[in-house]
Design a protein around this ligand. Structure first.
Ligand code: ACO
Length: 275
């Protein structure tokens, strides 16, 4: 049976001191991504992206899962029963919010509190920084039910992990612990479960203190240069910095250098200037 809960309940969020804590909210279904959840997540991301009271977005999951991937019942079986148009519609709805998150205006932190499978690798990659609990488990489980890791999942593993590890991960359908995910590059770091929220808060607070225009330009630049040759990247980064200058960048830089060179109130090597 399809999930009877209204679409609005599939995603929860609260904003606390500039941080939007967004959670996938189908804990009884291990936060697997149903078409309703995917539609709602796009609504929520759009709503939060340009709010002045949001500087950082944290994506987590209610209960003991981050996300058990795509909903095998509603995203796959039901759509396949209806036909190709439904399959494509569901793919587009899922890919739409992952894409929005990849190029989000605000800094994003994945707080990986538990299970993370297959289709969850899209949003995992989309988060700029990913902090995992030592209780989290990561799997490309597609091979265990006879499909390939689609929806970008193979690409995420190939881009983030060493090649031999990624290939093994995709072929074997064995799970990685949070610690192994950290060692193999799938997440930024792994922390003890009871310290997860505090560590994410700490990261969010540091991000909040940065100049928001420079931070956005930095995260987008990092994603773009991954696919560029050295020379293209060098040129692109000059153009991007020059564009940033026109978005108030000159003023903030002048202020920051004044605080360092003249007032001697901060050192760029040791932290952010006072905005
Ligand atoms: N799709 C549909 N339903 C799901 C999914 C999913 N991806 N994951 C969990 N559920 C449902 C279960 O069917 C169960 O429903 P029920 O209460 O109606 O029986 C409920 O969520 C709770 O899950 P359990 O399996 O009972 O929880 P348990 O703690 O024993 O196991 C685990 C958790 C390991 C995450 C297990 O649910 C699982 O293997 N889920 C599928 C993970 C997966 O391989 N996802 C697909 C990745 S590939 C892709 O996304 C394209």
């Amino acid at each position: 049976k399809p999930d009877p809960r209204p679409q609005e309940e599939t995603v929860k969020y609260e904003i606390v001191d500039g941080v939007a804590w967004v959670s996938l909210n189908r804990p009884d279904k291990k936060n697997c991504q149903s078409p309703k959840l995917n539609r709602q997540m796009k609504v929520v991301l759009d709503e939060l992206e340009f709010r002045d009271d949001v500087q950082v977005l944290v994506l987590t999951g209610e209960g003991d899962a981050w996300s058990a991937g795509m909903d095998l019942l509603e995203y796959f079986r039901h759509a396949e029963q209806e036909g190709l148009h439904k399959v494509r519609q569901h793919q587009r709805e899922a890919y739409a919010w992952w894409e929005r998150l990849r190029w989000y205006e605000k800094a994003t932190v994945g707080m990986i509190n538990g299970w993370c499978f297959g289709g969850a690798y899209g949003p995992l990659f989309a988060c700029d920084i990913a902090i995992a609990s030592d209780k989290a488990q990561f799997g490309l489980s597609e091979i265990n039910w006879a499909i390939l890791p689609g929806g970008g999942a193979s690409k995420v593993a190939a881009d983030l992990m060493p090649y031999r590890k990624a290939m093994y991960h995709a072929m074997m359908g064995e799970n990685l612990t949070g610690k192994q995910a950290e060692e193999q590059g799938l997440v930024t770091e792994c922390v003890p479960h009871d310290q997860l929220k505090a560590r994410v808060q700490e990261v969010a607070d540091k991000l909040k203190a940065k100049d928001s225009q420079a931070l956005r330009a930095t995260k987008w630049a990092m994603r773009r240069v991954m696919e560029m040759t050295y020379d293209n990247a060098e040129d692109y980064l000059i153009r991007t910095q020059e564009a940033l200058n026109d978005f108030g960048g000159w003023e903030t830089r002048k202020e920051a250098t004044k605080q360092f060179l003249d007032e001697k109130t901060f050192k760029p090597g040791l932290g952010a200037f006072d905005k």
